[in-house]
Design a binder for this molecule. Sequence first.
Ligand code: FES
Ligand SMILES: [Fe+2]
Length: 397
Amino acid sequence: MDQNLKNLPLSKILDIEKLHNVDKPIEVANGLPNECYTNNDYLAHEREKVFFNKWTVIGVASSIPNPGDAKPHNLLGIPLILVRDKNMKIRVFHNVCSHRGFKLLEKLCTLKNVIRCPYHSWSYDLSGKLIATPHIGGLNNHTSENFDKTKSNLKEIKTKVWMDIIFVNINSNEIEFDEYIKPLENRWQKFIKKKDHNSLVHSNDYGYFSLNVNCNWKFAIENYCESYHLPTIHPELNKVSNINDHYHIQGLPNRFAGQGSKKYEQPAKGNKKFNTFSNWDKDMLKNSEYIALFPNVMIGLHIDHFYVFWLEPLTMNETKEHMQIYYVGNESANGSDLKELRKENSRFWKDVMLEDVNAIEGMQKGRNSPVYNGGNFSPVMDQPTHQFHKWVANSLI
Ligand code: FES
Ligand SMILES: [Fe+2]
């Protein structure tokens, strides 16, 4: 993605009135206009206001499990480094050397003690501190009188790990994460207490898959928010849990939306099942919840597993979807006894997500039509989707 997106005023790109129309009552509201899915100039605004000003997801902590593990990531053109430091803390830095701007890290690796720039060997410790500047004062002179090392540390980004998900606020201007996530944590008190977060274990064998889809990232979120498409897109799923078994979730203040099911059945093989969360409300054993936390992560919570389905926007109409699956305790996540069951569970979700690919790519194709203007919502079925559109529109205005 081009880093130097032209910054045309938003009003030159789309009719601002159309964004105000999104915020109207659902019966008369329109969805986001076509430009939000097709126009490259629009992307500069979205990048800043919808991603950099917010808590955005760039991966999961278990993908860099050991001290020194480091991974590059490209967030809409901005090169980043994710590192696990010696104290096991996850840190995120801008992936650029303070000297002449060389990109420091190109691929996943385990660093011994430092991030060393391949160009002139300036080195930073894992907390980002510049600790070595070889020959900066001439041959074999590693200091320079007028050069203040402390001013050239790596630029660290405000980062928070929650339920293994790595969130960053690039512009450091969003409210504190703990406050930000509170409404969702409160909602989920009946399922999973804070102390239960530690029991989540990422599965090493069938705990990850990715999909490349030919559409704008927003379509994945808006599709995830509604169960309206169950009978048509997921006929098999609909047999076990149909529209009537689902309920809307609209988290206020407007930071998340989604749906829940009251018909979740734990996968089983003979008498083998996955472990369950220990503080799950006994009256809600069959509840599962599917929530999109804006902008770019979708999470699924079940009594016996949790998944994080996060989006990496690549271009206006290309997105990489990353699926990470967790179980309760190591035995369920990695034990050989439940390997087959994990394989089936991963396959199940992959099939569901693949069915959704048709839906979301279909919407991208339709957005090239000049007569479409954001369309309408079902006042009953599309409320969470409308909520997401309002969040995007309000973030832009
Ligand atoms: S650019 Fe990194 S050491 Fe020179
Ligand atoms: Fe779906």
